[in-house]
Design a protein around this ligand. Structure first.
Ligand SMILES: Cc1ncc(COP(=O)(O)O)c(C=O)c1O
Length: 470
């Protein structure tokens, strides 16, 4: 055995051993048919926009982990802030005492947020932030003596999380199979996806129709029974669905007209993906009643989520006269000092390096370059805004077998891109790109080049296998 062979054998053994361990881990969205027999790629190290697997392969991190590693991998400053806080004081109960990092972060978020969204509740991630926001909406109405005002309106193709309530507001059909959801008081509107609008309909008319969907649903249920409308400004996991221009603002107007709380779920769009700490006001011209955020808040270095509540709402259930007004919602790790210290350092880096300006400058370049992939026959749509984009493969088929074909295409793109050095992890047939904000133009060129090759190779496969003849 040569030295190279010995090293290779050792490396392979390492990967095999790591995979064996990993098979004890029930991953999110675990396919239980294959559970315990998976051969997942094991990521062992990362730096900048790259991750490395256990065989030493270097890959561009196209999705920034899970839309979250916004300042990029390998930031020693954040690691130091985490270590220092853990040594200084790792934890104390958020029920009765304050800590310096949680207070400082709450103040900072109030400063960064739009309008009067100055009251900050901390959660453990996006799902618990959404859950807390929805529970606050219910608490708010119960306290004000209108317990029937409880219904929540969300949209198909939305993703808001994996707790019972946030999952109930998530509208992706495959995610609803075999699970019980709060369908008695959560209602889903059709997705505002211009790409899927009826043939011959203008984008403006489509916008009118989607805004009307909201108002009609409120009228159908009765405004006195509707508590909240929850909406991602851009539906991220649904495939970066960018609603038609003006949609968010008009939906907010409808909500205000009918006294319905507007929750803007900025778990993905917040912290730089659209070139701003919060995108609601600068990009979509809305100051919602509540904003939820997570992911980029700590750039994924440690888990944290937050809910920002407007003073307009908060003042109605707080203050001297608010007898018995206790919002009985919280987590052991609400405002965790270590997570808040990480978030503060993360925000400091974003401000110091002006990553918002960088994202605003480079986002359109990524969109332009990705749009070139429209010339590939299997690519149906390329859409997005800022540093979030989706390349959707469209076979033109809508029959029952289409889903299996779309999954086959996505998994082949995934495998080819990974072999080429790009992490894609498509959502079925949709390749979502949301790289770390620090990405450069040259790196975007690399990313687009690799994605093109991956899609071309996958297209060859499905043609050769007789699955698609487009
Ligand atoms: C818009 C949105 N809201 C909420 C969540 C849930 O966040 P988490 O996975 O941190 O619980 C996600 C996760 O992808 C999301 O995209």
């Amino acid at each position: 055995m040569t030295l190279e062979d010995a090293v290779a054998a050792l490396t392979n053994l390492d990967t095999a051993a790591l995979r064996a361990q990993d098979n004890y881990y029930v991953h999110p969205w675990e396919n239980l048919q294959k559970s315990g027999r998976q051969a997942r790629t094991i990521i062992t190290r990362s730096e900048g926009i790259h991750v490395y697997d256990s065989d030493g392969n270097k890959l561009i991190d196209g999705p920034a982990g899970m839309w979250c590693v916004n300042v990029g991998h390998g930031r020693r400053e954040i690691a130091d802030a985490i270590a220092e806080q853990a040594l200084e004081m790792p934890y104390f109960s958020p029920w009765s005492e304050g800590t310096q990092p949680s207070g400082a972060l709450a103040e900072k978020l109030a400063e960064l947020s739009p309008g009067d969204l100055d009251h900050v509740f901390f959660a453990t991630g996006g799902s618990t932030a959404v859950d807390s926001a929805l529970r606050f909406a219910m608490f708010f109405n119960n306290y004000l003596g209108r317990p029937e005002k409880k219904h929540i309106i969300s949209r198909h193709e939305a993703y808001h999380g994996s707790t019972y309530l946030s999952a109930s507001c998530s509208g992706k059909a495959p995610d609803r199979i075999h699970l019980d959801l709060a369908d008695d008081f959560v209602h889903l509107l059709p997705a505002p996806n211009p790409y899927r609008r009826p043939a011959g309909m203008s984008v403006e008319d489509f916008c009118d129709a989607k805004v009307a969907d909201l108002e009609n649903k409120i009228m159908e249920l009765g405004p006195e029974r509707v508590a909240a409308f929850i909406a991602e400004p851009i539906l991220a996991s649904g495939g970066v669905i960018v609603p038609p221009p003006g949609y968010q603002k008009r939906c907010l107007e409808v909500c205000r007209k009918h006294d319905v709380i507007y929750i803007s779920d900025e778990v993905v769009t917040g912290f730089g993906r659209l070139g701003h700490f919060f995108a609601s006001e600068p990009v979509f011209d809305i100051v919602p009643d509540i904003i939820t955020c997570a992911k980029g808040l700590t750039s994924g270095y440690v888990p944290l989520g937050a809910v920002l509540i407007s003073d307009r709402l908060y003042s109605q259930v707080s203050g001297e006269a608010a007898e018995g007004s206790v919002f009985a919602n919280g987590f052991t790790y609400s405002g965790h000092p270590v997570a808040c210290a990480a978030a503060l350092k993360n925000i400091e880096i974003m401000e110091r390096e002006d990553l918002m300006a960088h994202a605003r400058e480079i986002g359109p370049y990524m969109q332009e370059r990705l749009a070139e992939l429209r010339d590939l026959p299997i690519v149906g749509d390329v859409r997005g805004e800022g540093l979030m984009a989706c390349v959707e493969c469209d076979t033109g088929r809508e029959d029952p077998a289409a889903e299996a074909l779309h999954t086959a295409i996505g998994s082949r793109i995934d495998a080819h891109c990974e072999a080429l050095g790009l992490m894609v992890r498509p959502i079925v047939n949709m390749c979502v790109m949301s790289p770390p904000l620090v990405i450069t133009k040259a790196q975007i060129d690399d990313l687009v080049g690799l994605l093109r090759q991956g899609i071309e190779r996958a297209t060859d496969d499905v043609r050769r296998e007789g699955l698609w003849n487009g």
